[in-house]
Design a protein around this ligand. Structure first.
Ligand code: 0O2
Length: 212
């Protein structure tokens, strides 16, 4: 594929990422208004870089003409939550949506990766309305707590720096940090009800001040 072919190939994925970001940000606002608490803290999204698509295709032996079905995270959405319990709720909400089709999930929270990576991945099929008609694309929705995201972001940049051959000392520290992030999630879950009540009070107070 040359540059123009890639541009055309990636267009529906770019559209899918933009639309999904809007939809999940809207869901955050709606849940906040309805329930005074949202399981969504913030949402990000990206289209996978061409070099990263090619690396993954090579690693998984996916032929170029099967990229659409063979690489599931060309369109990627990341939703950050405060608590592990929020991830469970969100996963159910996503599975029941009618604007996307749930295909399957990868639970790296129950079964974390050897690296220490924890996150909940949902693969969906999302219909994009293009100038040529409807096109279904695959998208990966990653659900993470803030602690999981902190760890994964740091590990990702270290892997980028060391090109996946991390010095043992760094690997060791990352493994300890993964354990600490897990403990943090557990501690926060154990006082979740108190935290949520405090945040609701805080929201109400800010609301009154904003209206005065
Ligand atoms: P990019 O383009 O840099 O965002 P794999 O076979 O290891 O690639 P798997 O198990 O099939 O991965 O997972 P999946 O569902 O394809 O997701 C890959 C993405 O999950 C990665 O994208 C990361 O965002 C995240 N991820 C998976 N494993 C790890 C890990 O050990 N550490 C971190 N930090 N993130 C991970 P890419 O490949 O980074 O793509």
């Amino acid at each position: 594929m040359d540059g123009r072919d890639w541009k055309k190939f990636l267009l529906p994925y770019e559209q899918a990422v933009e639309e999904l970001k809007v939809k999940f940000k809207t869901l955050r606002g709606e849940l906040k208004s309805r329930e005074e608490y949202s399981p969504i803290e913030f949402v990000t999204g990206r289209v996978k870089r061409i070099s990263s698509i090619l690396d993954k295709a090579k690693r998984l032996s996916v032929p170029m003409e099967q990229l659409e079905t063979g690489i599931e995270d060309i369109a990627g959405i990341r939703i950050m939550c405060q608590f592990v319990e929020d991830i469970e709720r969100l996963a159910e909400l996503i599975k029941s949506r009618e604007d996307m089709t749930f295909l399957y999930e990868k639970d790296y929270i129950k079964n974390n990766k050897p690296s220490g990576y924890r996150s909940f991945h949902i693969i969906v099929e999302y219909p994009v309305q293009t100038a040529l008609g409807m096109k279904r694309v695959l998208a990966e929705i990653q659900l993470r707590t803030l602690a999981m995201n902190f760890w994964a972001t740091i590990e990702h940049s270290l892997n980028y720096k060391y090109r996946e051959s991390l010095p043992p000392e760094v690997t060791n520290r990352l493994s300890k940090a993964a354990e600490a992030a897990y403990q943090l999630d557990q501690e926060m879950s154990s006082i979740r009800v108190e935290i949520m009540e405090a945040q609701k009070l805080f929201e109400d107070k800010s609301d009154i001040i904003a209206r005065v």
